[in-house]
Write a protein of this length. Structure first.
Length: 545
């Protein structure tokens, strides 16, 4: 199944931006030339946050598992272009399942780990998923049990598979199943000759209160992966440490795909502490560590191998990159939602450079041809000349035809503070993009704040509530809430969080802190003054629960 118009595909192929290799095909090539090279390794502490013992596989061993699982998918009746959901943390089993599904010509939809059962159900139903692969647990969350309940409500799901050591009844445990099949499972190969142009994944972008599917083929992914690979200059067989879940442009485009493209060793990590990430990198002698941009400075001080590069990922929720004297090479990775990325190595000044508007890289050095990524911004508002503008992207890594507005619409409303009501905003200086900003009325990953207000206000004993975003110099935008109780009552913060959990509220909408007030500050037009709430939180830390 293809989503890119044939004429556009032909242009990308002619320019040398796309070719005919698939992700799993590139993996097979490395397995053929370096079968004994370490391919994938679990984090040593895997058992503490998900089921199953830590594993590590050579390329030959991983290729064998990929082939057998792909054959199993076909044997049970999953055929080309069937969609299969995947919600599992960073483990060897997850990577094998992902590549095996691609080998079987399935479309994989990696789901964010923070999604609740209702989010998973809505997403899988909207894309007509035929199968679902889920881990047994992620820390204390029973993901496998939730997957079983999703299957009970979604009749189109024909198969629900489990990964881990404690798979609930109702799920097909892939580990024992493949062992029972032994060597009888043989994969016969794909019948398609142009697989690289067919849809490989359906990831998810946030727009308001909706999760929007974003389809990508193998060539989209490889174009994004090469952007990262070129900036980091990773050699053949490089060791990469990836703490991001494999469910979006950061984890896949800057982690999994560069690993496949350089035929390296992928070391998987579940983030619990920065010290743990640094120790893991030091233990394996990592050539590259993918990490949140705001943590790059601290991570730089903790790494012991001079050769280790830090791939610092920045997104809409992150504060601006700061200049510091670095001991290790830094490559800044700017993530434009699920639609594009730019990787740029820092120079001797150790200052993050601005991204030029226009073509990030003309094909074969020719500015007249298509590019991996082209960046522009919407027209300046004459009434509000200082207002930020919407980011526009197109190119061989962008799964859209023509310019795509990351605000969701071309003409977005601007509020009285000069912020776009929804979508991604940018700061532009001259012909360069200085960074991403946080929209005034939208919380990163959470959606429209007014809709979140209604969720918080439904807590018993609360008269009104207002969500707001507070800038954190390390972690970026943090969601907080102000509650106004009914007369004679005092809200219990623990009870409030328990209420949100019981209601199955999306984890991205769970606030970081609770502020109890006698009234919500409002503007003259009656709308919530969220800026005053932010300032009040900074002035009155004692009343923050």
């Amino acid at each position: 199944m293809k989503a890119t118009p044939e004429t556009l595909s032909e242009d990308y192929h002619a320019a040398g931006l796309w070719d005919h290799k698939t992700l799993d095909g590139l993996f097979r090539e490395t397995a053929d030339r370096a079968p004994d090279r370490l391919a994938i390794s679990d984090a040593p502490n895997r058992e503490s946050w998900t089921g199953g013992n830590p594993r590590q596989l050579t390329y030959a061993e991983a290729e064998n598992e990929i082939n057998r699982l792909a054959a199993f998918f076909r044997m049970v009746g999953l055929s080309a272009d069937h969609v299969i959901g995947l919600q599992a943390p960073n483990t060897v089993d997850t990577v094998i399942a992902f590549l095996a599904a691609l080998r079987a010509d399935l479309v994989v939809s990696p789901l964010p780990l923070h999604w609740r059962q209702k989010n998973v159900l809505r997403a899988l139903n909207s894309i007509g998923a035929k199968g679902f692969i889920a881990a047994d647990r992620v820390e204390t969350r029973q993901v496998g049990t939730a997957a079983r309940d999703v299957a009970a409500d979604l009749f189109s799901l024909r198969f629900v598979f489990g990964l881990g050591s404690d798979i609930p009844d109702g799920l097909i445990d892939l580990g024992p199943m493949l062992k029972e099949m032994g060597d009888d499972l043989e994969f016969s190969g794909s019948e398609r000759t142009d697989n690289a142009d067919h849809i490989a994944t359906i990831c998810w972008s946030r727009s308001g209160q909706d999760n929007i599917p974003v389809t990508r083929n193998h060539n989209h992914w490889l174009t994004a992966g090469r952007e990262t690979l070129n900036a980091t200059s990773l050699a053949d067989g490089a060791a990469l440490l990836v703490p991001y879940s494999l469910s979006g442009l950061t984890g896949l485009g800057a982690g999994l795909v560069p690993w496949i493209a350089c035929g390296g060793s992928l070391h998987l990590h579940h983030p619990t502490s920065l010290a743990g990430l640094a120790d893991h990198a030091n233990d394996i002698g990592a050539d590259c560590v993918l990490a949140p941009g705001p943590l790059a400075h601290t991570l730089d001080r903790k790494l012991s191998h001079r050769k280790t590069k830090i791939l610092a990922a920045w997104n809409i929720a992150a504060p601006r990159a700061t200049k510091f004297v670095a001991k290790h090479p830094i490559v800044d990775l700017q993530i434009a939602d699920e639609f594009g990325l730019v990787a740029k190595a820092r120079g001797p000044s150790a200052k993050a450079g601005a991204i030029p508007l226009g073509k990030a890289d003309g094909s074969n050095g020719c500015e007249s041809g298509p590019a991996p990524l082209e960046i522009s911004v919407s027209a300046q508002n004459d009434l509000l000349p200082d207002a930020p503008r919407t980011l526009l992207v197109k190119g061989a890594m962008v799964p859209e035809t023509g310019w795509h507005s990351l605000g969701g619409e071309r003409n977005l409303p601007v509020n009285s503070d000069g912020f776009l009501e929804t979508g991604i905003v940018v700061e532009v200086e001259g012909d360069s993009l200085n960074g991403f900003g946080i929209p005034g009325q939208t919380a990163p990953g959470s959606g429209d704040l007014e809709a979140i207000d209604e969720i918080y206000a439904s807590f018993p004993g609360v008269r009104e509530a207002a969500a707001f975003v507070v800038e954190d110099e390390v972690l970026g935008g943090r969601l907080q809430v102000a509650l106004v109780p009914n007369a004679g009552t005092v809200p219990d913060a623990r009870a409030f969080f328990a209420f949100l959990d019981a209601e199955g509220v999306d984890l991205a909408k769970i606030p970081n802190r609770v502020l109890v007030l006698t009234a919500i500050p409002r503007r003259d037009d009656g709308s919530v003054d969220r800026q005053r709430l932010t300032l009040r939180t900074q002035r009155l830390p004692a009343v923050v629960a």
